[in-house]
Design a binder for this molecule. Structure first.
Ligand code: ATP
Length: 194
């Protein structure tokens, strides 16, 4: 089974993914793998330079600030970048999945419903938390401004729109409660795969 793990910026996807990993579930972090592909795949890199110019890279490294500032304020560019990166991540994920030996695997991805990719998953877990907490957590974690976080939020659906579309909702306001809910969802998912 392929389980999607999604949620808005700073909701706690990676934190929740960590709890699933502790239970032995293989987790694929799409953002992280996308960045690796953007840095290392010749094909992806070439297409990005064609779209965003040489400034998209600083030497061999991705120029993340430049890329974020351009794409999060220009929806067309964001879509074009996605059409380069998403198919590459999808292929890479499928190869990774075939190497795993587990009842189910998790793909952690920020945008599932926004990209209309919900049909790819057997089940979808949505992580939610109050928006004010999310902004505070990301500001503290990344040292970026509230405005930069709000630019990113603009490309994401509201929790209330996503909740009815998810199979499981994990409220990540309080970590201990989050961990308990992860265990419950894990038990349910194992039940499906037996
Ligand atoms: P992004 O959308 O940026 O990828 P994310 O959804 O993966 O973020 P995390 O990185 O898991 O979110 O969490 C954001 C920050 O908030 C991290 O610094 C994390 O340690 C912290 N955090 C996560 N959950 C909680 C919680 N329940 N209470 C307090 N802090 C938390």
């Amino acid at each position: 089974m392929i389980v999607g793990l999604t949620g808005g910026i700073g909701s706690g996807k990676t934190t929740v993914a960590g709890f699933f990993k502790e239970l032995g579930v293989p987790v694929y972090n799409s953002d992280k793998e996308a960045r690796k592909l953007m840095k290392n795949s010749k094909k992806v890199k070439k297409a990005i330079i064609e779209l965003l110019g040489e400034d998209a890279y600083k030497g061999k490294k991705l120029n993340k600030t430049h890329i974020s500032d351009r794409i999060f304020t220009n929806e067309k560019l964001l879509q074009k970048l996605n059409s380069i990166v998403h198919p590459a991540v999808r292929n890479h994920f499928l190869k990774w999945k075939n190497r795993q030996d587990a009842p189910y695997v998790i793909q952690e991805t920020a945008l599932v419903f926004e990209n209309n990719s919900q049909d790819f998953y057997d089940k979808i877990i949505l992580v939610v938390a109050p928006k004010a907490y999310r902004i505070q957590r990301v500001a503290r974690r990344d040292g970026i401004s509230e405005q930069q976080i709000k630019n990113r939020l603009r490309n994401q659906l509201e929790d209330r729109e996503k909740i009815p579309l998810a199979h499981y909702v994990i409220d990540n306001t309080e970590l201990l409660e989050t961990q308990k809910k992860v265990k419950k969802v894990h038990t349910t998912l194992l039940g499906f795969s037996q």
